[in-house]
Ligand binder design. Structure first.
Ligand code: GRF
Length: 217
């Protein structure tokens, strides 16, 4: 079966990109990364792609006067490479509504919290400040609002006594590196469907149906 043609968009370190590269290095994995795009010319993640001999492009947002023209350049690069699925992996630019609509259900993101809790930046600091006992990571389809969209995979991580943001981030990141390849595999296997803005995964048990409320009188 043909492997799903994937692009990964990054802005920095690229450790999630690396997890996806590692998963795709298995010829039996149902997806292959055909292109890595960074909006930051110096992103260390670009080196990871080069070492894996994956084509890279830098599309620097600073060179575009408007978001729409930046988005259009991204779109062109993706179309030229015949991309079927776009993975945002630490990509720090908001994409415009038109781009998101065009790539609807073909555009996914990873966020370091259990969405819908703790959307946005400085997640781990806010988890600690809130005294949450559990956090984690979420892979989801992208919708116009930041960190919103149907959830594909989540993994929970305990918050431990003595955690600071760096330690918590590290523990969450280890789960991200498993969750993202899993989500990619499920999509590439054709097992993921979005119905009424919820993800259904064929061959996996869905969320337990709500228990009927007991008659309490
Ligand atoms: C990750 O924590 C990801 O969840 C968030 O940005 C970070 C990117 O890290 N969206 P890396 O560049 O993949 O190492």
């Amino acid at each position: 079966m043909a492997r799903l043609r994937v692009a990964v968009l990054i802005s920095g370190r690229g450790s999630n990109l690396q997890a996806l590269i590692d998963a795709c290095s298995d010829p039996a994995f149902p997806a292959k990364i055909r292109l890595v795009i960074s909006n930051e010319p110096g992103a260390p993640g670009l080196g990871r792609a080069e070492r894996a001999r994956i084509p890279t492009r830098v599309i620097a947002h600073k060179q575009f006067a408007e978001r729409a023209s930046f988005d259009a350049a991204l779109d062109r690069a993706l179309e030229e490479a015949g991309i079927e699925l776009v993975c945002l992996a630490g990509f720090m630019r908001m994409l415009g509504d038109a781009f998101v609509a065009r790539w609807r259900n073909r555009l996914i993101n990873i966020h370091p919290s259990l969405l819908p809790a703790f959307k946005g930046l400085n997640t781990h600091e806010r988890v600690l400040a809130a005294g949450a006992r559990l956090t984690g990571c979420t892979v989801h389809f992208v919708r116009p609002a930041m960190d919103e969209g149907p959830i594909i995979v989540q993994s929970a991580v305990p918050v431990l006594a003595g955690d600071d943001a760096a330690r918590l981030a590290e523990r969450v990141l280890a789960e991200e590196h498993k969750a993202y390849p899993l989500a990619l595999r499920l999509i590439a296997e054709g097992r993921v469907r979005v119905t009424n803005e919820r993800v259904e995964i064929s061959g996996a048990p869905g969320p337990a149906p709500a228990a009927p409320s007991s008659p309490t009188g």
